[in-house]
Design a protein around this ligand. Sequence first.
Ligand code: NOJ
Ligand code: CA
Length: 606
Amino acid sequence: MLTFFKLALSAAFAAAIGVSSHAQSPEPATADAIRPAQGVTLINGYSQHWWKEAVVYQIYPRSFQDSNGDGIGDLNGITRRLDYLKSLGVDVIWLSPHFDSPNADNGYDIRDYRKVMTEFGIMADFDRMLAGIKKRHMRLIIDLVVNHTSDEHKWFEESRKSRTNPYRDYYIWRDGKPNPNAPNGFDPPNNYTSFFSGSAWQWDETTRQFYLHLFAVKQPDLNWENPKVRQEVYSLMRFWLDKGVDGFRMDVIPLISKPTGLPDLTPGQDAVKLWANGPRRDEFLQEMNREVLAKYDDMSVGEAIGIDLAGTDNLVGEDRHELSQIFNFDAARIGSMGGYNYRPLHLPELKAVYTAHATVLGKQDWDTSFLGNHDMSRVVSRWGDTSTPGLRAMSAKLLQTMVLTLRGTAYLYQGDELGMTNYPWTKVSEFNDIEVQNRFKTEVAQGKLTEQQLIAGAAAYGRDNARTPMQWDTTRNAGFTTGNHTWEPVNPNYLQINAADQVKDPDSVYHYNQKVIALRRSDPAFIYGDYQDLDPTNEQVFLYTRSIGASSYLVILNFSSQPIDYTLPQGIQAKDLKLGNYRDSSDPAGATTLHLRPREARIYKN
Ligand code: NOJ
Ligand code: CA
């Protein structure tokens, strides 16, 4: 498929914005084709790729749309909503895991990589959904969860049978440390703790060894040192790529190479950093790239926990042949103090993150822009003002303006295009998330946290906030299901926040998103342009440019809920207002002092 820039670029325009072509003009690959040897078009020094230009929309299938009344979202539900996504303007859908799973971690524990989760449908439903996506000229990436499987995967069921089983080495088994006082006579092999609380080792009585699980007990870690494991993974990747998917979001991918010898963590050592920088990580990813990814016109985005900015180039640098891009959480999780504890957002700190990214990542790297996903609370509740419907809508529009105009491939999480908010949780039993339930069983039980503290923390920052059903309309259960119950509670504010009302209202958050996406698509400066923060220390206003040569945009975001008379620095004038979240402009073209209203966002062409 031709990308929009290739269609739009006249020779003169190309020259003006710094596009050059290396070798012959590239013949663009279709979504399914094996990547041909081709020349590379450069825009502002960056190689051009469809996945750099994409706006990606993440679907958490369990919570998106139920089609059969069982209260659980499914693939036919997604197919029904494809026109909604198409008219929003997104190009790529990232589908959270849709594979067969006992759902200890809602699909991030896979039992069969080649089967669709029963609650979500059958393979024919997947094929129909994929065909519907392609028909609308969108693409699909799926979740590759291969640091671990479910303990119900047949590999693990074999592996745990005996120490000599052919699948034994598919997982990480170790002897415990003898201790006559320990429950089974052994302490775990080392002091690793799981992301979901407690030891990362589970005793298995049949063979009297422990297996490693960095996540839940039901998520044993695969042993990537075993070449057979790697070939199994490459084979399942080919299975889905050959079906026509366009790539993968790769779950906790830096964790696949474990530290040599698995020594104890030393006091104060950063476990995630250690695990993310295993000795064979890059070798494994390069092998995966060589054997699979390089043969398709795909994109790959790694969930790069534990990778700091300086280490990003190792994974995404073009000469590295590993991944297209990664999620770095420096911005989205800014102020994190561990667990559910966060400092309030301090705008200069956030700006410093984006400047650091623009400085450290070069033209051969690529970035991502996102503020939410299925593991995070709702961004408008986190960083916006939800005290009135008006401020909530303006906050949502402002945050989406930022996501869609910063550097990198842009990601929206389902419901953010409507400004969906956190749910008003009041009881531990209301939470579905294994992270909350395990903290209750460990930290609250051990008196490290009170029940009220856990509820307050999870209500503000817990993952269930992102997983309440999509709010489609004002009918019962927000149009998510025709059944009587839903697997997660529906936010009662669906009567005020829902897609049907917003699609009808030209001033809605939904339509504003549509406009920003269209504006982003209209000029390569938003994709390949340079980034400059023009007022890094201002605590209320975020002011930056995206530009390629003469094509320059000025983005102004009032993060406060107060009106501000803001004099632009360096004698800058605000020239041609392209888009704003308030309907009318309060300042004339060329103004140097702007009268910004609460949570106002504007984009000028300068
Ligand atoms: C990261 C995923 O985003 C999260 O939802 C999951 O619980 C863990 N990886 C384990 O797969
Ligand atoms: Ca269903």
